[in-house]
Design a protein around this ligand. Structure first.
Ligand SMILES: Nc1nc2c(ncn2[C@@H]2O[C@H](COP(=O)(O)OP(=O)(O)OP(=O)(O)O)[C@@H](O)[C@H]2O)c(=O)[nH]1
Ligand SMILES: [Mg+2]
Length: 239
């Protein structure tokens, strides 16, 4: 079974080698890493090329010309991974917020639960958000989940989760390339399409860690898009 971890990067030069080491340490037989870099000014893209030269058999780099958002980077990476024959595709941030050591449990659940995707979830028992988060950051995250679920009724505890393991068939069924949203709502739109296709979503607990190096790319634009998207999904025809 070929497993490809798609890792989008924008200015993650300090974090990327640690993320790659943690993934390699899992010792999963057919594990591949695909870095999707948007021409990071800090040289993450060239650095990723160096890492790829050291281990060409399991690390690839997709270079894009400019910063174009997380959703677009994922669409490009997922499309490439599907073309290269991945059976399972994992979405994971490069900033070390997502605990790579939970991947075996996610793969296990994907195989045994019959779900089309398994989320690394902060909001099931045993999961947690970053301990460093101030109360308002926690409140914002909890509110975003409540808001999305109140409108879309997906029955998913962590609707905005960004750490996910997908069966390739599920990704093909939801036609990822046609997804328009780009920030957190990209994650929500993928989940919504999955539910709409009658495919179930499972969750395993993760402890989400705050990034310690590099800067967050979350912006007001991304937050506004995320507030509007559930309504678009609910009333739109495009799902
Ligand atoms: N290729 C690419 N990667 C991106 C882009 N925006 C964010 N990323 C990457 O996506 C991952 C998540 O981005 P973060 O900046 O950590 O955003 P976040 O996790 O939503 O927000 P925080 O909770 O503040 O960390 C990181 O690995 C980023 O480097 C982009 O436009 N292009
Ligand atoms: Mg982050």
């Amino acid at each position: 079974m070929k497993v490809t971890v798609v890792v989008p990067t924008y200015n993650e030069r300090e974090n990327l080698p640690v993320a790659v080491d943690r993934l390699t340490a899992l010792a999963i037989a057919d594990l591949h890493i695909l870095v999707v870099d948007d021409n990071s000014p800090d040289g993450t893209g060239e650095f990723a090329d160096k890492l790829a030269a050291e281990r060409p058999e399991n690390l690839g780099v997709l270079h894009r010309t400019e910063k174009d958002g997380l959703g677009r980077a994922y669409i490009a990476g997922i499309t490439r991974a599907l073309d290269e024959g991945a059976d399972v595709i994992i979405q994971m941030d490069a900033d070390l917020s997502h605990p790579a050591d939970v991947i075996p449990a996610m793969l296990d659940k994907l195989e045994t639960s019959g779900a089309g995707v398994v989320l690394g979830s902060r909001y099931v028992p045993g999961g947690s958000t970053a301990t460093e988060w101030k109360w308002y950051r926690k409140a914002l995250s909890a509110w975003a989940n409540f808001y999305v679920n109140a409108i879309l009724r997906m029955g998913v505890k962590d609707a905005t989760a960004g750490f996910k393991a997908w069966k390739a068939d599920t990704l093909r069924a939801i036609d990822v390339a046609s997804i328009r949203s780009n920030g957190y709502s990209f994650q929500v739109e993928m989940n919504y399409r999955t539910i709409k296709r009658g495919v179930s979503i499972a969750e395993v607990p993760i402890r989400f860690e705050e990034r310690t190096k590099g800067a967050s790319k979350m912006s007001l634009k991304v937050q506004l898009e995320s507030a509007a998207m559930p309504w678009k999904l609910l009333f739109g025809r495009q799902v």
